[in-house]
Design a protein around this ligand. Structure first.
Ligand SMILES: *Cc1c(COP(=O)(O)O)cnc(C)c1O
Length: 481
């Protein structure tokens, strides 16, 4: 931010907090405290970032008050001309940013974007042909018996996605998730030795299972994916390729992932969040080919509630930011920093799943330290390092305690951290892990949750973090009165 903008946002936020405090002072206080906490901690949560003041402020307006179910120019409510402007601009930026044929900017979150995509694929691939067979123009013409049969058809479709413990997301067919219940699901994993995707195995599974939907994308896989290969597999078995780029959309927007690593030219449908590496407001988007656009457009009101117009406006601002040259520099730095972090661990003898990274995240296997992921996460938090525990492939400690911690570089890269800082971050984490012992249970056995961090370590780590955080302030120049 320029000095002028810092001055403006300082007074805007200070005044906004006064207005809030006049109604509920505790919320104003919590809002101030959240800024202080975010400024003072080492944020390594791979799915988090810091949106710009412009993006944040765009969310706080009267667009929040407007209902606008439907699509641009085709609303179920009157008076949507300004929402139409906002939604058109957001969609235009999204199409240009990603080179997509069609962009739908209404989903409220990443999961909602995936539900819209599932709906769209079922409507396009199953409902459409079925209606034709039933010689009905639309669902309004169906009898109860027709409905019965259509439900059976829709509910008997197959989905193949990456398993949760290999790095996939809950919505990629995980049994307890709705995606694992509404679809017959099977999952592909990664090689238990290398931790890497094995495309031949994915292809073999697809040939045997013949899914309607092949889902690619991940939340905790530290490598790039070859989407051209995924499309080949989908085409061979007649599946729709859906790529969920929620985590790495910023690397796609910033042209770090190009060619076969860019999902947009290869997938039929691409879904994403807007608040992770893409650095926008909390929300989701769906990108699609022309073929799928009409069914994606029916997302609201068939799947989603009324669009959050204030958030669509903030998406437009964030996409405009991501189209600036400086965002490419940011995205490249995110990937370079992940490499620095990984090297920092490897030179200090720490195990990484797949032995490194070539995206924005690093998955540390903490077994060697005699700890569970849960213990590592808690010990690190005590030292002011915010991470999240994560399963490693074939995790002996299961999905709750886990054996890993997942670290991402998008947030601290926004603050300006570079190679040296990320090397220090690795050093701090190794310091904590190697000075933590498992605690004991009430019965005297070894606990998977409690831990003992050696005296002085938390203070030492906090002091070294503070040095780096002070050098790279969050929202420089923004001061609340
Ligand atoms: C984070 C994530 C989501 C969910 O996003 P929300 O906005 O929390 O709903 C979906 N898919 C993947 C791959 C993710 O990483």
């Amino acid at each position: 931010m320029t000095d002028d903008l810092s001055r403006l946002s300082s007074s805007a936020y200070s005044q906004a907090l006064e207005v809030i405090a006049s109604v509920e002072p505790r919320i104003a206080e919590a809002t101030r405290a959240e800024l202080a906490d975010q400024r003072a901690s080492l944020k390594l949560i791979a799915s988090e970032n810091y949106a710009s003041p412009a993006v944040l402020m765009t969310m706080g307006t009267w667009f929040s008050d407007k209902y606008a179910e439907g699509t641009v120019g085709h609303r179920f409510y009157a008076g949507c001309q300004n929402v139409d402007t906002v939604e058109s601009i957001a969609a235009e930026h999204a199409r240009e940013l990603f080179g997509a044929e069609y962009a739908y900017v209404q989903p409220h979150s990443g999961i909602d974007a995936n539900l819209v995509a599932f709906w769209s694929i079922l409507a396009h691939r199953v409902e459409g042909p079925w209606l034709e067979k039933a010689q009905a123009k639309n669902v309004n013409e169906l009898t109860d018996a027709d409905w019965e049969e259509l439900r059976r058809e829709l509910g008997n479709q197959r989905l193949l996605g990456m398993s949760l413990d290999a790095g996939g997301h809950l919505t990629h067919g995980f049994r307890p998730n709705i995606s694992g219940k509404m679809f017959h699901q099977q999952q592909y994993g990664t090689d238990p030795e290398t931790g890497l995707l094995d495309y031949d195995k994915v292809a073999a599974k697809a040939r045997e299972f013949k899914p309607l939907v092949l889902v690619a994308g991940y939340s905790a896989y530290p490598r790039r994916v070859d989407f051209a290969k995924m499309r080949e597999i989908a085409d061979e078995v007649g599946a729709t390729l859906m790529v969920d780029m929620a985590h790495f959309a910023g690397l796609v927007a910033g042209k770090v992932f190009t060619g076969d690593e860019d999902p947009v030219p290869h997938a039929h449908i691409v879904t994403s969040t807007t608040h992770k590496s893409l650095r926008g407001p909390r929300g989701g988007i769906v990108l699609a080919t022309e073929e799928y656009a009409p069914s994606v457009d029916r997302g609201c009101p068939m799947v989603l509630g009324g669009p959050l117009s204030h958030v669509m406006a903030a998406k437009a601002v964030a996409f405009a930011e991501a189209r600036q040259d400086s965002f490419r520099g940011y995205a490249q730095q995110v990937a370079d920093n992940a490499k620095s972090l990984a090297e920092g661990f490897l030179t200090r003898g720490t195990d990484l799943v797949t032995g490194g990274t070539d995206n924005h995240l690093v998955l540390v296997d903490v077994s060697k330290y005699g700890l569970t992921g849960r213990q590592a996460e808690s010990a690190l938090l005590e030292a002011g390092v915010v991470t999240n525990r994560n399963s490693v492939p074939a995790d002996p400690n299961g999905a709750w305690y886990t054996s890993g911690i997942r670290l991402g570089t998008p947030a601290l890269t926004t603050r300006g951290f570079g190679h040296d800082e990320f090397d220090t971050v690795a050093d701090l984490i190794v310091d904590v892990l190697s000075n933590t012992q498992p605690g004991t249970t009430k019965a005297g056995g070894q606990s998977k949750a409690s831990f003992v961090l050696a005296d002085g370590v938390a203070d030492r780590v906090r002091a070294r973090s503070a040095e780096m955080l002070d050098k790279h302030p969050l929202y420089p120049g923004l001061e609340l009165s």
